[in-house]
Design a protein around this ligand. Sequence first.
Ligand code: ZN
Length: 363
Amino acid sequence: MISTDRRPVADERLERFIRLMPKVELHLHLEGSVRATTLLDLARRYGVALPADDVDGLARWYACRDLRRFGEVWEAIVTCLRRGADFARIMRELGESAAAQQVRCVQVTFAPSTHRRIKSLPYDEIWGGIREGADWVERTLGVRLQFAPAFSRGLRPAGTGGDGSVEETLEFAVAHRGEGVVALGMGGYEPGNPPELFEEVFQSAKAQGLRCWPHAGETAGPESIWGAVRTLGADRIAHGVRAVEDPDLPAYLAAHRIGCDVCPTSNVCLGVSPSLEQHPIRRLLAAGVPVTVNSDDPPLFGTTLTDEFLALACYQRFTAAELAALVRTAVEVSFLPKDEMAALRARFDRELETAACETGVDL
Ligand SMILES: [Zn+2]
């Protein structure tokens, strides 16, 4: 975890601007948004033993410093999500965190087949809970939600030894297209699981009106991103930071306006980048890549979306104008319908101006 106490103090006006500015989050895992206190509560209800049974102890265990710990916490969260009502609760809590940070729109990803396989939870119960929570968030908090159900790339399509989970995730996404699902996602460990294995699945998703949103360029290098864009037709890449290792890839992403949903603190926690100071985000931006800033699994990395922007201000000297540009890019490369996107763009222009006036920063 990147301790926020070690963060150098940002310019006070810039810090206030960051807190006030409207935001979009395009890369947020529902399972990875579960607060330690919520996990503790669910574990007690279901009699699941955790490494700590008080909030402080669990918070210490929660703070991920490597992939192994991340996997342990993730598994505990998945184990404790047992009813539709649990999904409704974590969806509401995700919305509350977003609203408190001036986040106007979130693309949420989750892994329905994992919950189906591990706990025999029916797909309808999973989606029913998520949609119930989402309805409350949209109605009560005014945060717009879109969804990208995802499967793990460690799985295989049915014809090549898979258990049907990949196809079920596609069917799930297609079945709920009219209810906020906009894309098919793919996550998991990249080495040994190249995008090319899933060409047909994503072709089918695109033919049925879904966008293609795979993770790539996180645990593997540029070849994984090339596969995602060339073979799968990726509309946006979750992460994509390792594009900088290829001399031609950033220019390709820039020319095709393929966004990279960058998560700086996650990258440091999982060893993708050695530090926030050395994170390659500025190199991607310099090449013209449409970069967005996101929090991935915020409580697991001890971060929030606001903290990600503060980190860029502190460690890479991003100005208010540069941060505002990142937010505008997020609107542009989101999967919102065109009319909604235009309305949100106009709203952000007004809100960014107001935030700049109130805090005295230049845009
Ligand atoms: Zn992710």
